[in-house]
Design a protein around this ligand. Structure first.
Ligand SMILES: NC(=O)c1ccc[n+]([C@@H]2O[C@H](COP(=O)([O-])OP(=O)(O)OC[C@H]3O[C@@H](n4cnc5c(N)ncnc54)[C@H](O)[C@@H]3O)[C@@H](O)[C@H]2O)c1
Length: 384
């Protein structure tokens, strides 16, 4: 099978590596020749490094690199079976590229987009054959993250979805089906990890260091929310938050915070700019986490309950199955445990009570308990 990849940035390069490693031929093309040249030397260096470390043999590294071709125009995609688009996140630009590609490829070629935030239906709508368009959403860095969200649009033909599932399995990735709604699974369900942490900080209940400490030590998360937001960058994380909120017709539970907006406006993008929620300047004094374990437990409970509530809502609205959502959060953002498995362990009734306590206190829509959890508690049901 031959895979065409358009856009040789971070994602396109990773997708080419993974496809060629699995045994596909991969053609990669970028309108910017410098980006294509960079992808070529990067792929070469990465494969050699893997061989040096003994992860693959030198012969395999050569074979994998030999299966990657660097196209000179979109005409290089003529005999591809699947095209994966990984260009700039701009609907109009993507629509134009899909139209151009459609004029080049065979009628059976699948057209996939790696978009993180645009609707697949709106990209498909620009094509002559919208039924062949689907979302195949990889995570960064592609060779290391095993999750792939597969997102059929309402126009997508059933056999296109089936072929996409087959291809993702061939890549030895964990594919999950997600509904074409803002943020798909991961970028929706993860929102409270950031949003609720900021809310706790804004209310003065605890500072960044204490909240990060609670999520790491009690929850077992690899990175606390503030360290993670600084790693992702306020530019990216704030934009995603705002976009999900707007696309959900200004749903209050996804409302962005002023703290993050101000960081974004100030250019305090986190690690990459030297300052974010934390100060990364050399010698900067880092805040110390409070040793209060009761407080740490309260923080962890509040954030995990909000995450579980969002995951349950995503099940209720059939964004994904409970299993798909648990795979998505453990493989896409390295959560230590699936949120719905966590819900079962904590007890659905106690999750409902904790949400109702938050709602009673704040009387904000943001804290409404998922109807699915309430129904399950009444019926004494569990997710697994
Ligand atoms: N970076 C991430 O963490 C991540 C994760 C998942 C999905 N995505 C999505 O993947 C896509 C690509 O992201 P990225 O981070 O690799 O971007 P990037 O900026 O690293 O690379 C994009 C590349 O596309 C090229 N390009 C732009 N317009 C083009 C065109 N018309 N034809 C051909 N090439 C064109 C650019 O020259 C650039 O090299 C976006 O839709 C993004 O939302 C990104």
């Amino acid at each position: 099978m031959k895979i065409g990849i358009i856009g040789s940035g971070a994602m396109g390069t990773g997708i080419a590596q993974v496809a060629a490693t699995a045994g596909n031929e991969a053609v990669i093309y970028d309108t910017n020749p410098a980006a294509l040249e960079k992808a070529k030397s990067q792929l070469h260096a990465t494969l050699n490094k893997l061989a040096e470390k003994g992860k693959i043999s030198l012969t395999d590294a050569g074979h994998i690199f030999g299966r990657i071709f660097f196209g000179s125009s979109i005409h290089s995609f003529a005999d591809c079976n699947i095209i994966v688009e990984a260009i700039v996140e701009d609907l109009a630009v993507k629509q134009k590229v899909f139209q151009d590609i459609e004029a080049v490829v065979s009628p059976h070629c699948i057209l996939a987009t790696n978009t993180s935030s645009l609707s697949i239906a709106s990209i498909a709508a620009s094509c002559q054959k919208p039924g062949r368009v689907i979302g195949i959403h990889f995570f960064n860095p592609v060779p290391l993250m095993s999750l792939v969200e597969i997102i059929p649009a309402i126009q997508t033909e059933k056999q296109v979805t089936e072929k996409a599932i087959e291809w993702v399995a061939f890549l030895k990735k964990d594919g999950v089906l997600a509904k074409d709604t803002p943020g798909f699974i991961v970028n929706r369900v993860a929102r409270p990890y950031y949003g609720e942490a900021i809310r706790i900080m804004e209310e003065g209940i605890a500072d960044c260091a204490t909240i990060d400490h609670a999520m790491k030590e009690i929850g077992g998360f690899k990175m606390g929310p503030f360290a993670l937001m600084d790693f992702i960058g306020a530019d990216v994380n704030y934009r995603v938050t705002e976009s999900v909120w707007q696309q959900f017709f200004y749903e209050p539970k996804f409302k962005p915070s002023f703290s993050q907006k101000r960081l974004f406006e100030a250019g305090y993008f986190g690690r990459k700019s030297g300052k974010g929620f934390y100060d990364y300047a050399e010698g900067a004094v880092q805040p110390q986490a409070s040793p209060d374990t009761t407080l740490a437990n309260e923080i962890f409970n509040r954030i995990i309950i909000m995450l579980i509530n969002e995951a349950a809502d995503a099940v209720m609205f059939q964004i994904g199955t409970a299993q798909a959502i648990d795979v998505a959060m453990t493989k896409g953002v390295n959560y230590p445990k699936g949120l719905l498995r966590w819900a079962d362990e904590m007890g659905i009734a106690s999750v409902v009570k904790a949400m109702d306590d938050l709602y009673d206190l704040y009387r904000e829509d943001r804290y409404r308990c998922s109807a699915l959890l309430r129904k399950m508690a009444r019926e004494n049901k569990t997710f697994y």
